[in-house]
Design a protein around this ligand. Structure first.
Ligand code: MD3
Ligand code: FE
Length: 216
């Protein structure tokens, strides 16, 4: 066996992220992070967080959620779906801050505006199991992710649940665009790295995902 292939068997190279995975570390400076967080939290505190639960079992997820924009992602005993109102209060979701729409245009270049900003709140110990985002009709549109607060260990694989994954530490101010093949990949949050940011006074992590839900 040639020595190069023996070497690659002993030291397999780490799997690469899928095609269409675009990572912009430190894309938002601290001022932009604080401003964005303020605009998001003002709206979320008005609407209220909700605790999503697993379909059928009703077991609570460890992440608390809220949504901004015309449609919001919810999960309860009846399943996963997008709907225009808060699952607890029945109120329409708050509007999306214009700054978020501008980030969508700048990072994705997608011709249609985002319809949903899902706000995920992780306290230390919260996680998100491996899943694919497939409740949107417009699965050809990219997803934009913005990380705020404590860092997280992010895992991404491919279209199949089994198979190699790669890990990445997402820090406050990092932006991800999931387009092409990466848009269909299994992914999750393994853990929160507590004490890595003081953006949130009580610690924890907030992730914003901007999505297109329906076709035009
Ligand atoms: C890869 N959120 O809300 S953001 C989710 O950090 C979600 O809260 C995680 O997974 C979080 O569904 C990860 C990065 C991300 C978002 C959507 C994706 C990665 C993705 C969709 C497809 C593939
Ligand atoms: Fe996801």
């Amino acid at each position: 066996m040639p020595s190069a292939s023996r070497r690659s068997l002993r030291f397999p190279s780490p799997p690469l992220p899928p095609e269409g995975f675009r990572y912009f570390p430190g894309a938002l400076d601290e001022g932009e992070q604080r401003r964005l967080l303020g605009e998001v939290l003002a709206r979320v505190e008005q609407a209220g967080w909700f605790q999503p639960t697993m379909p059928r079992s009703g077991r609570p997820l460890s992440v608390r959620m809220c949504n901004l924009g015309p449609l919001g992602w919810v999960s309860d005993r009846d399943g996963y779906r997008y709907q225009p109102h808060h699952p607890v209060t029945g109120a329409a979701w708050p509007d999306m801050p214009p700054a978020l729409v501008r980030l969508w245009e700048r990072f994705t270049g997608w011709p249609d505006p985002p319809q949903c900003c899902l706000v995920n709140f992780y306290r230390p110990g919260a996680r998100m199991g491996l899943h694919r985002d497939e409740d949107e009709e417009a699965r050809d549109a990219p997803i934009l992710s913005i990380s705020l607060g404590d860092a997280a260990v992010f895992v991404i694989g491919g279209r199949e649940r089994r198979g190699p994954t790669c890990r990445l530490r997402l820090s406050s101010g990092d932006v991800l665009v999931l387009a092409g093949e990466a848009r269909h990949a299994y992914h999750g949050i393994d853990r929160i790295v507590a004490g890595t940011s003081d953006l949130l006074p009580e610690g924890g992590r907030i992730n914003l995902t901007l999505r297109r839900v329906t076709h035009r």
